[in-house]
Design a protein around this ligand. Sequence first.
Ligand code: UDP
Ligand code: MG
Length: 139
Amino acid sequence: MAGNRTFTMIKPDAVGAGNTGAIIKMIEEAGFRIVALKKTMLTPERAGQFYAVHKERPFYGDLVKYMSSGPIVPMILEKANAVEDFRNLIGATDPKKAAPGTIRALFAKSIEANAIHGSDSDENAVIESNFFFSELERF
Ligand code: UDP
Ligand code: MG
């Protein structure tokens, strides 16, 4: 059975552009409940850990630099079928391929600076949530 929580972070491009509020509004209007939320920043080392699965990919170095270039807003979200429904809300990785009306179609600047992250499985949602939040920060 699909889990009811996912992990997201609003990325440095969208935070820097002043789109945090607009994106959170879309997330809540889509029926997700915010379980945990903060504004923080990743060091290059922590960004590298978060994206370790991509370390052999050609874009990894740039991605780590970008993800540690400014503040981010990580969140844990709750809704039935959370992982799949949230991936549908954010749209494809490449904003040129993202469906109209999705968060990436509306706010992403490029395939790298694509406004927002969404976990790709229940297992990764747990790992990624634990990367940013203790149990005491979840409500
Ligand atoms: N990315 C990139 N170039 C690419 C593919 C991905 O810079 O060709 C970045 C982009 O920020 C993306 C992140 O790496 O969101 C992780 O890639 P993944 O394939 O996991 O995409 P996602 O799950 O975020 O849609
Ligand atoms: Mg991914």
